[in-house]
Structure formats: structure tokens, C-alpha cells
Ligand binder design. Structure first.
Ligand code: HAM
Length: 436
């Protein structure tokens, strides 16, 4: 059947055929995040546009070109309903900071280690690995006086741990530091000075960046810009002694944790809020959209959005890019269906229906083939498609003898179990022993 509608460009359906991969990614991530003492936070999918503009920066690509704003709606006198000035969240750092301030987290705990898993929205030109609705697994750590090199190293190593646990092997961690806001300003001035002789040779886009946010010239994808950037050597001379010391401690802590990294002095990140440590993880098989995840420290954002003097750092990994990088490789399996009940006559269907209900009351995952068939081949081929551990067969013979056949589809073994007097306890015990 030809469908009249397709999902909007830059979005995808996650169908039941793919959902187990998503389930596994979320389950494994939550296990690891909980082990590192992170707690989940869920914020709205839309916020005031101003929140994003103030945090990511008016000149950032996301704010300039990619915000998906909600359409203005007529004002309703009673409720005052209006959707103007609201945008779908392009990322979650700003929302988490807003929530941290609004809910007074700093009065409740000395350090807040938070994580989120969910959709983000950016009005980008869709291409492989670049979507308009995509999902992030992210963490944000906030608290007064929590800017500690060990914490930076822990957060970076957590992102690497997550990717490895999800089955990824080939990626590269790049790190850099932007220093304090004063260091960052120094960096901008030195870079502007160094790029001045080449200004006219820069791409049009980089010429605009030269004015508005010169650091972004460093991560231009334009080949001619990249050649110019190679000629410019600023090193880490823009950093104060304290910032240099902080960065050295972060690197040492990463080495102590055996986390491989390369230093990339051109890594500046596209969002304005970063200070000090920044990092990005790139997958080797992803083409131009190669960032699997990225993050960094943002010590001034809480104050900038109206809160106190609170240090913070975080990262976000892109789930769709993780799946792309995995290709056909399986994410470790989630629990398949424990049992699939297959009746082969009308009487057996009735018996199977009762059995399914009993098993479900015992929290054993199961399903039933609602339409009975007497052809064993058809029945088993359907069961195979369901990725099920055990098929419970209720055929003519079984009904006569008041028993069922348990077919272990993984180990290719079968056994006959009595259900005389509707006593299903043996089946329950076997399934619980196998799958719980
Ligand atoms: P970001 O670099 O904008 O950072 O995004 C993080 C990751 O989200 C990217 O590395 C990529 O994997 C994925 N991603 C971004 N845009 C798209 C897209 N259009 N389609 C598919 N995947 C995409 C942030 O969002 C920051 N909030 C990270 C952070 C958290 N920094 C501090 N805390």
C-alpha cells in the first residue's frame, strides 16, 4: 500500500523492528550512568527562545540558523495561551541550567550529577548523520566550587566508557582548553590579529565569523580556510598560568585513567558558553558529520542565566550517529520474548489464552498466536521471526494428553510438560529459571 504521507524531512520513525537497538542503548547507558551516581532529569521539549539565544550565543550557528520556533498563536483571553517566543530545544544544556536555577538545586545538594536521554530539534539541512529531530544521551554536572580537574577527567572518561560499552571501538577523543572568559577574549584578539593578513582570502562565511566570532574560523570545513588556519600558530599562549595548570592536571588525570586522547588546538566548539576544558569524540566511519559526541566546561552559564556562582560541565552523545557508526554490529541484546504460545486447534486456542494470562500474572513476558493453524511449519516460521526463547506448542497430541511441548528455540531442544488440571506451575518454574 502506498502511504500518502511521509515523516517530515530530517526525521525518522523508530519502528518495532529497530526498537530493541534503542532499548539496549538506553538500558546500557542508564546502567553506567547510575553506577557513576548520575540522576535522570526530564525537562520540557520547548522553552523560551531567549533561553537558548542567551546561552548558546546570538552568533552561534544553532541560534542564527537552526532554531525551530513554535508558530505564534492567537492570544486566548482566559488562559493567555500564546506560543510565540517559544522554540523546540536544539540541545538540553540550557534547559538543565534553567531547571537547576528554577528548582534551587544548589540549596538541596552540593553537586548535581544529572543525565538525560531524549530528542532535540535543529532546522538543519538534512544529510547522513544530520537530522532535524535527533536524540542525545547527555550529562550535566553542576555545583558551587566543582571546577576540579579530576571531575573534568571523570566526565570525559564517562563519555568514552559509554561509547565503548555500546560496542564502539574506532573513535578519537580530541581535547582542548579555552581558559577563563578573559583567556578566551585574549585568544580571540590574538587570532584576529594573526588572521588579519589573510582576511580577504577567507571564505565568505569565515569573513563574517571573523567579525562576530573569530574562534569559529578555526573549525571551518572550507578547504581554503583550513589551509590559512594551518599557517596561524598561537599555541596556548592566550592562557593564564592558572588555566595552563588546570589543563595540565586534566590531561594528567586522563592519563591516569588510561583514556587515550589527542590535543587539538583548533577545537573551539560552536556554542558560546564554553570555558576551560572542551572535547569532541569523532567516529572514523561517519564522513563529514563525524562527531559522535561533544562537551565541555561552562563555568559562567548559570550566573549568565540569572543563577549563582556555579561551576558546570557536561557532554552529549548523538544516538543516531552511534547507530550509524555501529552499522550492522549488534548492540548487546535486550531480553527477547520469553515465550510464544502456539495453539493448533480452536480448543487449544482457548487453553493457550488462559495460559498466556497466567504467565503474564507471573511477570513472564509472552504472547500468543491468536489465529490457530494446524501446519507446524508455518507456526514455527512465525515464531522464528519473533525472536523468542521458547515456543509453547499446543497441538492435537498435546491436547489429548493434557500437556504442552516446550521448544527451546535458542538451544534447539524440546520437552513435554504436563498441564493436567490446568496446573501450569511446572511451566512457570522452568521459564522463570531460564529467563528471570
Ligand atoms: P553539540 O556538539 O551541538 O553539543 O551536540 C552533541 C552531539 O549531538 C553531536 O556530537 C552529535 O553527535 C549530535 N548531534 C548534534 N546535532 C545533530 C543533528 N542535527 N543530527 C544528528 N545528531 C546531532 C551540544 O548539544 C551540547 N549541549 C553538549 C554539552 C552538554 N555541552 C555541555 N553539556
Amino acid at each position: 500500500m502506498q502511504s500518502k504521507f511521509s515523516c517530515p524531512r530530517g526525521t525518522t520513525d523508530i519502528t518495532p523492528f529497530d526498537i530493541s537497538r534503542w532499548d539496549n542503548i538506553e538500558r546500557i547507558s542508564k546502567q553506567i550512568l547510575t553506577c557513576y551516581n548520575y540522576k535522570e532529569i526530564r525537562t520540557p521539549l520547548f522553552e523560551e527562545t531567549e533561553l537558548f539565544a542567551r546561552s548558546m550565543g546570538q552568533s552561534s550557528d544553532v541560534v542564527c540558523k537552526q532554531m525551530l520556533n513554535l508558530a505564534a498563536q492567537q492570544k486566548d483571553d482566559q488562559d493567555g495561551v500564546t506560543l510565540s517566543g517559544l522554540s523546540l530545544r536544539p540541545e538540553n544544556t540550557a534547559s538543565v541550567v534553567r531547571s537547576y536555577i528554577q528548582n534551587g538545586f544548589d540549596r538541596k545538594e552540593p553537586i548535581s550529577k544529572l543525565f538525560y536521554i531524549g530528542p532535540m530539534f535543529r532546522g538543519e539541512r538534512p544529510q547522513k548523520g544530520r537530522l532535524r529531530q535527533f536524540n542525545q544521551i547527555g550529562v550535566e554536572v553542576l555545583g558551587p566550587n566543582t571546577a576540579q580537574p579530576y571531575l573534568d577527567a571523570e566526565i570525559i572518561s564517562l563519555s568514552v566508557h559509554l561509547l565503548k560499552s555500546l560496542g564502539l571501538e574506532k573513535f578519537q577523543l580530541k581535547i582542548n582548553t579555552l581558559g577563563t572568559p578573559e583567556d578566551k577574549e585574549n585568544f580571540s584578539q590574538m587570532l584576529r590579529q594573526a588572521l588579519k593578513p589573510y582576511r580577504k582570502e577567507l571564505s565568505e562565511y569565515s569573513q563574517q565569523r571573523f567579525e562576530r566570532n573569530v574562534l569559529r574560523v578555526l573549525d571551518s570545513k572550507d578547504a581554503a580556510d583550513q589551509e590559512i588556519v594551518k599557517k596561524v600558530h598561537i599555541g596556548l599562549s592566550y592562557l593564564s598560568t592558572e588555566s595552563q595548570h588546570y589543563y595540565a592536571q586534566v590531561k594528567e588525570a586522563l592519563m591516569n585513567l588510561d583514556v587515550d586522547f589527542v590535543e587539538d588546538q583548533h577545537l573551539v566548539r560552536g556554542l558560546d558558553y564554553y570555558t576551560h576544558t572542551v572535547f569532541e569524540i569523532c567516529g572514523s566511519s561517519l564522513g563529514s558529520q563525524d562527531a559522535l559526541g561533544a562537551g565541555g566546561r561552562y563555568n559562567n552559564l548559570v550566573r549568565q542565566l540569572g543563577g549563582g556562582d556555579i561551576d558546570a560541565m557536561g557532554f552529549a552523545l548523538g544516538v543516531e550517529r552511534i547507530l550509524l557508526a555501529l552499522g550492522d554490529k549488534e548492540v548487546p541484546l535486550s531480553n527477547p520474548l520469553a515465550a510464544y504460545i502456539v495453539p493448533m486447534s480452536e480448543e487449544a486456542l482457548n487453553q493457550g489464552f488462559v495460559l498466556m494470562n497466567v504467565l503474564r500474572q507471573e511477570n513472564i513476558s509472552c504472547d500468543l498466536s491468536y489465529k490457530y493453524s494446524a501446519k507446524l511449519k508455518n507456526v514455527l516460521s512465525n515464531a522464528n521471526k519473533m525472536d523468542v526463547h521458547t515456543v509453547i506448542l499446543l497441538g492435537e497430541e498435546e491436547m489429548k494428553k493434557q500437556c504442552v511441548t516446550l521448544k527451546d528455540m535458542k538451544q534447539k531442544k524440546e520437552e513435554t510438560i504436563s498441564i493436567k488440571g490446568n496446573d501450569f506451575s511446572k511451566i512457570i518454574n522452568i521459564l522463570k529459571e531460564r529467563y528471570n
